[in-house]
Write a protein that binds this ligand. Structure first.
Ligand SMILES: [Zn+2]
Length: 435
């Protein structure tokens, strides 16, 4: 995989190939699809890392010359997926638990036309627009400074947040600082908007490269102010990047400004590198960027999960789940563990909140976490299945439980399924068999 060596010019083609390979190497935890194409036929790839219902959104390369942010996104995906498979912690975060609770979505390259133009020059684009593009670059064939998309729109000035008041705008399409004819005039910004609505993230990160600073604020009320300031301070502690005070708030039009305005949830523009004059970050800087930033998505996944869970209603249910392992009991969802655990058994669920289940115990209603118990039948089915050999009947779907009885080869009705276990109806009652 190209991302094994992040100290190289990381192109759209390398990223596309790596995304495909990562999803084949880590299929349990990585999924991806195209959220749409640019004007010149390049895909905006979205990569999903994790299986939880709470979501975080991370993106890179809104600005063409800032493509080291794509390298960073891809390295994060690779390293977290690897830690998940090895069941290793990463910077003291339990990656497996976190990624079972949360899905981190990445769009590592928002502006693939611009990135390719910046890296490879005019050949990145069809001949018939070369003159136009040269004009946007003041006639120069050197595209090192290019930030915009291929139509000369600065994507991080194209979002409708305080858009009319953006300062330093150029009215004509240009290599940078042209905000477009109207908000969302760029297809890339439209695709990111629609994708954001689709995944409904708790928190968002847009990676950029100028100044080693952290933007976190856009016209707040006080409630969000305290919450987001605390998050910003922790991220600043991890990265060493300076927090931009609200009084120095820049012009607007950015993705994170729009996200904060739209959702009233936290979003951060992270600027990875000291200021450079009109060029990309040298690839040699990657190791230090990696070190500063590699824990931040896991921290935000943890915080996003809490925010998500807080928003979930508690509702009464009447269900049975099967604990297939020792399962910790909690007084409240996300609260402290009581110190007692239940052994594998079937239990009755009386209420649900997010992925937490309230069950009746001798000590009253206590809570367990579904994703850790791995216990509920994941789906109800109505299937005829054929037992080809004598089948062991279990009261809970694990081979650690003692078989209650056996069935000779025959065809039976299955009513639920969990991994490769089926809950079947027999004349003796319902039992689990492994298929
Ligand atoms: Zn930028």
């Amino acid at each position: 995989m190209y991302i094994d060596n992040p100290i190289q010019t990381y192109t759209y083609e390398k990223m596309t190939s790596d995304i495909h390979q990562l999803s084949q190497t880590y299929p349990e935890i990585i999924d991806y699809h195209s959220i749409g194409q640019t004007k010149y036929g390049r895909d905006l790839w979205a990569v999903k890392l994790g299986n939880g219902d709470a979501t975080v959104f991370i993106n890179g390369s809104h600005h063409a010359r800032e493509w080291i942010t794509t390298t960073l996104n891809m390295k994060m995906i690779q390293q977290y997926a690897s830690a998940y498979y090895r069941n290793q912690s990463f910077k003291n975060y339990n990656v497996r638990n976190l990624l079972n609770e949360v899905a981190i979505w990445f769009v590592p390259m928002v502006n693939p036309d611009g990135v390719t133009l910046q890296q490879k020059g005019l050949n990145a684009l069809p001949k018939d627009i070369h003159n136009q593009v040269l004009q946007m670059n003041n006639g120069s064939y050197d595209f090192t400074r290019w930030k915009a998309n291929a139509s000369g729109i600065d994507l991080n000035r194209n979002y409708p947040a305080d858009w009319p008041n953006i300062t330093g705008d150029y009215s004509e399409p240009r290599w940078s600082n042209h905000k477009g004819e109207e908000p969302f005039s760029a297809i890339e910004a439209q695709l990111i908007r629609d994708f954001t609505y689709e995944i409904d993230p708790e928190m968002a990160f847009a990676y950029h490269t100028t100044g080693q600073v952290l933007y976190w604020h856009h016209h707040y009320d006080s409630n969000q102010y305290d919450r987001d300031k605390r998050l910003a301070e922790t991220i600043s502690n991890y990265t060493g990047y300076r927090i931009i005070p609200p009084t120095d708030e820049p012009g607007g039009g950015t993705y994170t400004d729009w996200f904060i305005q739209e959702y009233k949830r936290p979003a951060f523009t992270v600027e990875l590198n000291p200021h450079l004059y009109r060029r990309h970050v040298p690839v040699e800087n990657f190791p230090s960027i990696w070190k500063r930033n590699n824990a931040v998505p896991l921290y935000s996944a943890q915080e996003s999960y809490k925010m998500w869970l807080n928003r979930q209603p508690t509702h009464a249910v009447d269900e049975k789940v099967y604990l297939i392992d020792q399962t910790q009991l909690y007084k409240h969802p996300m609260g402290r563990a009581t110190g007692s655990a239940l052994s594998p058994q079937a239990v009755s669920v009386t209420a649900k909140k997010g992925n937490w289940l309230q069950i009746n115990t001798w000590a009253g209603g206590l809570w367990i976490q579904d994703s850790l118990a791995k216990a509920s039948p994941k789906k109800e089915v109505n299937e005829r299945i054929t037992l080809e050999y004598k089948a062991a009947l279990h009261t809970i779907p694990t081979e650690y439980s003692k078989a209650t009885s056996y069935l000779s080869p025959q065809t039976v009705n299955a009513v639920a399924k969990w991994e490769d276990w089926y809950l079947i109806k027999t004349w003796m009652g319902e039992y689990w068999v492994k298929k």
